[in-house]
Write a protein of this length. Structure first.
Length: 579
């Protein structure tokens, strides 16, 4: 049976919820099962007219031929066969050329949720539906281990592609950024996205949720994972929940003919609303010029509607208009950076710390996050520099101050373009990814402790005195350029103090127990010696009548050997008998 036939048979079995094994014993896939589908081979992308998304991807088996489409396996068919399975958790990993074409089979994609693995989040991940796909290359990219000729793979020492090499390393523990002995699909992707460009710079891995994806997340527990070691977390804020829901807005809504007609008739159109309502989605699609949303571009929408072109990706002409404004925004950020650093080199670290707090880790892409005002309060002299950075960046239109529904102030980038396109921020993100993930774990716990420590006597339970991450965060707190803010620094300080006090109490307890044990041992030895002397005294009295000489010798020996131990009353009766 050839490779294509075997893959086709597998897909047919999957449509019946059957997974055939190598020993020919089929297994029925059930509701609570977890399925990992991994394909390493060849991929192919082609324009297909009946595909409304403009692209179609195919898997090409080892014996497939480029000129014979019958030997290909459609990614759409693979998608349909896998996503209909009843299993609770499904993760698809494709390591092939043009693997990113698989995402074109996905309709109404949602934003992947953030990685904050507390106990409640873990329970949500394992109980919710998870359908995710990780691809080794984008829809228009070749895999790094494929040469230019079709149907061949480049030889390497290990036999694995660069993507597969990192995948194995990540699953062995390197992708466990937060050191909680569990790796989520999102965390695995972040590792691949960070490391793959070092060996395959022209290859862009992607992570996408599939159509049945819910609140779950595919997880890989490591050997030492213990659910009981996960920290509890407070309920997410309303702003975080609304942001998660609002990010589901699709830019396809702008293709509505009535909306296009309305925008065309207006002399001026303004898009208003708080951050998180989908403005960044419009900017990413280049439907809005990235100049803090001052102008709405209709050129791209018209081209889609009038020409009915199927490829929604922007061409070079579309990008030219928005590119100039993007460049202006980035140049403004660079100018403010150079001005502040030229005044004081310490501002380089300050700007990096402030801007990294505004980077949100999503499902494969980095967008901005709202930073509460108290999160940007540091210890002096850093706090003075932070205030200056915020003031300068706000005046330049790079950052904006806002207030939430409850009146709490926060700061955020004026546009996601600053987060996505500023090369300095992208470089900092790559360098500080591990610290960034650790910061996302520390900040909410430290803030919760800060707000509860005065009223709640049990707030000390939030401290990290027993947390395995404390040595790492302690090392960061001791650095001159530490990114810890005021309440994070206090949280770490109190955690270290509580751990130190715990150790002191343990030492005192051990010392007290040792002293007591030593005293009991001496007493036992003393009582044992007294008992032995009494036995000899009784023997001396017994021998006085029949063997007086032997009794006298024994009495003298006993008294001579134990003159420091023997109480006089023990041999008093013997002395009287001798007299």
């Amino acid at each position: 049976m050839n490779m294509q036939a075997r893959l086709t048979d597998l897909l047919e079995d999957l449509t019946r919820n059957i997974l055939p094994l190598s020993d020919e014993n089929p297994v029925e896939i059930k509701r609570d099962d977890r399925l990992l589908f991994f394909f390493a081979g060849h991929g192919f992308a082609s324009d297909v007219q009946n595909n409304t998304d403009g692209l179609a991807g195919y898997l090409v088996p080892q014996d497939g031929q480029r000129d014979y489409p019958d030997t290909w396996v459609s990614m759409q068919r693979l998608h349909d066969s896998l996503t209909q399975l009843p299993c609770r958790h499904l993760l698809i990993i494709l390591d092939c050329c043009f693997a990113g074409s698989f995402r074109w089979a996905v309709r109404d994609r949602e934003a992947v949720r953030r990685e904050k693995l507390y106990r409640e989040r873990y329970e949500q991940y394992v109980s919710g539906i998870a359908q995710q796909v990780i691809t080794s290359a984008d829809h228009d990219e070749k895999a790094a281990d494929s040469p230019f000729s079709f149907g061949q793979r480049r030889d390497n020492i290990s036999g694995h592609s660069p993507f597969a090499e990192l995948l194995l390393k990540g699953l062995k523990g390197e992708a466990d950024y937060t050191k909680d002995n569990i790796i989520t699909a999102t965390e695995l992707f972040l590792y691949l996205e960070s490391e793959l460009p070092k060996t395959a710079p022209k290859q862009t891995p992607k992570l996408s949720p599939l159509k049945r994806h819910g609140k779950g997340n595919y997880i890989f527990p490591l050997a030492d994972f213990d659910r009981n070691l996960l920290l509890p977390n407070s309920k997410p804020s309303e702003s975080e929940e609304s942001e998660s829901e609002d990010n589901k807005i699709s830019t396809k809504l702008l293709l509505n003919e009535k909306l296009l007609e309305f925008l065309t008739l207006q002399q001026l159109t303004m898009l208003l609303g708080s951050s998180g309502l989908g403005r960044s989605k419009l900017a990413k699609a280049r439907l809005i010029k990235p100049s803090t949303l001052r102008d709405l571009s209709l050129k791209y929408i018209k081209s889609l509607t009038e020409s009915k072109r199927k490829d929604q990706a922007m061409n070079e002409e579309d990008r030219e208009d928005s590119g100039q404004l993007t460049q202006s925004l980035i140049q403004s950020a660079d100018w403010e950076y150079e001005q502040l650093v030229g005044r004081n080199p310490a501002y380089a670290n300050t700007i990096r710390n402030v801007m990294l707090r505004m980077v949100a880790v999503d499902g494969g892409e980095f967008a901005h996050r709202r930073v509460p005002d108290d999160e940007l309060v540091y210890l002096d002299p850093e706090n003075t520099r932070v205030k200056q950075v915020i003031a300068r960046f706000c005046a330049a239109g790079l950052l904006v101050r806002r207030r939430g529904i409850e009146g709490n102030g926060y700061i955020e980038p004026a546009d996601d373009i600053l987060v996505e396109e500023w090369s300095k921020l992208q470089s900092w993100k790559q360098q500080e990814l591990r610290n960034l993930l650790l910061q996302r774990e520390l900040t909410p716990i430290a803030h919760q402790w800060e707000t509860q420590k005065q009223q709640d006597k049990q707030a000390f339970r939030l401290l990290w005195n027993n947390d395995p991450r404390l040595p790492l965060i302690k090392q960061i707190s001791e650095q001159k350029d530490s990114w810890l803010n005021a309440f994070e620094s206090e949280f770490v300080k109190r955690s270290i103090e509580r751990q130190r006090n715990q150790r002191r109490r343990i030492i005192v307890m051990i010392a007290g127990a040792s002293a007591s044990l030593y005293g009991l041992t001496i007493l036992a030895l003393y009582q044992l010696e007294i008992s032995r002397l009494q036995e000899k005294a009784e023997l001396v009295k017994t021998l006085l009548e029949p063997q007086p000489l032997e009794a006298l010798v024994l009495a003298i020996q006993t008294m001579g050997e134990n003159k420091y131990w023997m109480p006089w009353n023990i041999l008093k009766s013997v002395d009287e008998r001798l007299q």
